[in-house]
Design a protein around this ligand. Structure first.
Ligand SMILES: *Cc1c(COP(=O)(O)O)cnc(C)c1O
Length: 406
């Protein structure tokens, strides 16, 4: 289970386990699993897809997975006959139990398990606008692994867990997400720390890829279209890679075209949208509908990156305004009867746009990734522990001085 070789997408060269980069160019690495066919295991959560996760063991307490269901309410509103929702949040009535309410709960468990198997006791370093840090904090609290988080001060309110917090150091960054990333980069190369890798981390990508796997298992085939709100676009790469594996598997209608990626960004902070459309980017706007959707340096142009994923699938990118997203969220919440985060509302708005523009037709099979939701629902069931920052810093020198004191 979970046996694989790591190859550079650009030239197919095999690289040592746990590499994050390729020697000759900026290519992403991809896992080539020994099991060509996906055998579903009798294991909890995403571990059932272990054949296509880069791990040998599991974290037993990490039991969540994507839930794919056929929409009635929203489908009717939109006039779609085959709308399927991948719900990645907390909604126990539907079997969705993501402990931090977003699909980052698919990325953190395989990443932390991989680190355990590496026998590496160094602290994982994660920079995050909030949702990623929260998901990693949850898993690290379960496993007892140490974790170092860099989170912009503005996102501190998003830092909580429903389990007692473990060995987590939380550094509040006086600045934005890019500042947090750049500080993390200075620290993670030091002894005792290890980088998480972002889009370069195959455990994150293949964890997110389980959205497509669960949908294919539910549908008996791959969907025609995949909708997701993106910041970095890593979820789009993951969906593409999962559909390549499913095609190779041979049992999910391999003669069909690959699911077309429909990626949605929130304008004006939408670098992937402007780059894909060949437009001049609009100036950055401080306030946005959901700042988890902004990444200044998305993995766009490297081999195996977002541009390749869009090209290979005939993909499209949408620029969604706050107003469109707001209305889409209301429509979703009223018709599906669950609260969602702001980010996935941007994907719902993109779906509406694609129908208006006739990019999809009413009988095609659509997979809508609701990347986070059920926060109100979770708050009813679980008391939360707020994570308190250990220090607030405005430079990497300050961060290192704090860690060295420690
Ligand atoms: C991170 C995140 C996204 C964007 O994910 P990508 O890394 O760009 O694929 C979308 N929605 C939510 C809720 C997120 O937390």
């Amino acid at each position: 289970m979970g046996e694989y070789r790591l190859r550079c997408v650009s030239d197919g060269s095999v690289q040592p386990p746990y590499s994050l980069s390729c020697p000759r160019d900026s290519s992403l690495l991809r896992a080539e699993y020994k099991s060509r066919q996906l055998e579903i295991k009798e294991l909890p959560g995403i571990w059932r897809f272990m054949d296509w996760l880069p791990v040998k063991g599991i974290i037993e307490e990490a039991t969540c997975r994507p839930v794919t269901y056929r929409s009635r309410g929203l489908a009717k509103e939109l006039g779609l006959e085959n709308l399927y929702i991948s719900f990645n949040g907390y909604w126990p009535e539907k079997g969705a139990g993501m402990p931090t309410c977003s699909f980052k709960d698919l990325e953190a468990p395989p990443t932390m398990q991989m680190l355990l198997e590496r026998d590496d006791s160094s602290s994982l370093v994660v920079a995050s606008a909030g949702n990623t840090a929260r998901a990693f904090a949850h898993i690290a609290s379960l496993t007892g692994q140490t974790l170092l988080l860099f989170v912009p001060e503005k996102a501190l309110e998003r830092m909580w867990t429903i389990v007692p917090p473990g060995r987590i150091t939380l550094i509040a960054v006086k600045g934005d997400y890019l500042d947090a990333i750049q500080m993390a980069e200075r620290v993670q190369s030091r002894e005792g720390y290890t980088p998480e890798g972002g889009a370069r981390n195959i455990a994150r990508r293949d964890g997110m890829g389980t959205v497509m796997l669960d949908a294919a298992i539910t549908l008996g085939r791959t969907p025609d279209h995949y909708f997701q709100a993106v910041g970095s676009g890593t979820g789009g790469i993951s969906a593409w890679e999962a559909s390549l594996r499913l095609r190779d598997d041979g049992r999910f209608r391999p003669e069909l075209p690959l699911p077309r990626l429909h990626l949605a960004q929130n304008i004006p902070n939408a670098p992937i949208y402007y780059a894909w459309k060949g437009l001049e980017p609009e100036p950055y706007q401080e306030e946005m509908f959901d700042d988890v959707l902004f990444n200044r340096r998305p993995p766009l142009d490297m081999p195996g990156g977002v541009r390749d994923a869009l090209k290979a699938t005939g993909g499209m990118v949408y620029g969604i305004t706050d107003r469109e997203a707001n209305r889409a969220r209301d429509l979703f919440e009223q018709s599906e009867e669950i609260d969602i985060l702001n980010a996935p509302a941007v994907a719902v708005a993109a779906l509406q746009k694609s129908i208006e523009e006739k990019s999809i037709s009413s009988e095609e099979i659509v997979l809508l990734n609701i990347t986070g939701g059920g926060m109100l629902r979770l708050k009813e069931d679980h008391p939360r522990h707020m994570l308190q920052p250990d220090v607030a810093v405005s430079s990497w020198e300050d961060a290192i001085a704090f860690l060295e004191e420690g």
